[in-house]
Design a binder for this molecule. Structure first.
Ligand SMILES: Nc1ncnc2c1ncn2[C@@H]1O[C@H](COP(=O)(O)OP(=O)(O)OP(=O)(O)O)[C@@H](O)[C@H]1O
Length: 309
């Protein structure tokens, strides 16, 4: 459904995308992950026909984005990473506006819009002003807007950013439904765990280059090596850090005023044994936990060789 070949984009002398290749099969939910500024939005804007590539090709359902933008637009729903909502409209009016922009006749829209509002759990907000909606509701309204013309492909730029856990779960449930409807979905985020729960495949982009691509489980296995354990002790932390360096599966140790940070490549059982050793040594440990690493941490770690904290 999506084929990207050798895609590059320059902003002046800045090389934002460097020969990206990407293929996404119909019906796949594809997570596009990378730190801020990696090139996710640029790639998505090119796919959405809103920006021209400097070189290379991008096709949606067989149509090249620069040669056949109108055909591509019929097939995609694009949700940018900023709100495009008009505050003076009610949610229903807002969807009518977009429906009319796609030349959907009024009687059809009258049937469609309640269905869309139901899909995104906004039925009870049909007469509310867009301005009065919460961030999560606005995100869902934007999603409904992308669906008015029943596109095959959804391009969603950070749809879960800034949402609380409840709102994220709601968004995830809606995406599941859309997947069941057979949509091909590309969704971006800079937080891997956020995406891992809802996608089939992941592409990791950094500095405009695809650095990893594949099934979620494969990528997670690769990243699991980069687990960071955070240990807090009532004193003697530097001594503890030195001792930890000789432990199995420890690939790096750093201590700072927040505690000791341990790079760990072992599994759960190895981690249990490490904890047992530390307690056995008699250090006054007050906490031992796996630090939440996001991709930026991982990339920082890879590029600098330091410990992500
Ligand atoms: N219009 C522009 N002019 C110049 N540079 C730009 C422009 N748009 C983006 N860039 C640069 O291109 C790079 C890629 O930006 P892009 O927005 O695609 O990244 P991103 O992965 O979507 O990041 P984020 O997660 O922050 O949205 C960044 O370094 C950004 O500063």
């Amino acid at each position: 459904m999506i084929e990207i070949e050798q895609l590059s984009k320059h902003y002046g002398s800045f090389h934002a995308l460097k020969n990206i290749n990407l293929t996404i099969a119909e019906g796949t939910v594809f997570g596009f992950v990378g730190p801020n500024g990696a090139g996710k939005s640029t790639t998505m804007a090119i796919l959405a026909t809103l920006m021209l590539p400097s070189s290379g090709t991008a096709k949606v359902d067989g149509f090249e984005v620069t040669d056949y933008p109108k055909e591509v637009r019929k097939r995609i729903g694009y949700m940018p990473d900023f709100f495009g909502v008009y505050d003076q409209l009610k949610t229903t009016e807002y969807l009518h506006f977009y429906g009319a922009s796609y030349n959907i006749p009024r009687p059809e829209r009258d049937k469609l819009i309640p269905q869309l509002l139901e899909l995104v759990n906004l039925t009870d907000k049909q007469d509310a002003y867009v301005d009065s909606l919460s961030r999560g509701m606005k995100q869902r309204l934007c999603l409904a807007r992308c669906l008015v013309h029943d596109p095959k492909v959804l391009i969603l730029d950070e749809p879960a950013s800034g949402l609380d856990p409840r709102a994220r779960i709601e968004m995830r449930e809606i995406l599941k439904e859309l997947k069941m409807m057979g949509k091909t979905i590309i969704i971006s985020s800079h937080i891997l765990p956020e995406l891992a729960e809802m996608v089939d495949e992941i592409g990791v982009i950094e500095h405009g280059e695809m650095v990893a691509q594949g099934k979620v489980s494969d990528i997670q296995n690769r990243l699991r090596v980069k687990k960071v354990l955070h240990i807090r002790s009532l004193g003697q932390e530097e001594e503890l850090a030195l001792k930890l360096q000789d432990e199995p599966f420890v690939t790096g140790v750093l201590s700072d005023n927040t505690g000791v940070h341990v790079h760990f490549s072992g599994g759960d059982e190895d981690q249990r044994q490490l904890l047992q050793h530390i307690i056995g040594w008699g250090y006054p440990i007050v906490s031992f936990h796996e630090a939440q690493t996001n991709l930026e941490d991982v990339f920082l770690e890879i590029t600098k060789g330091g410990v992500a904290t």
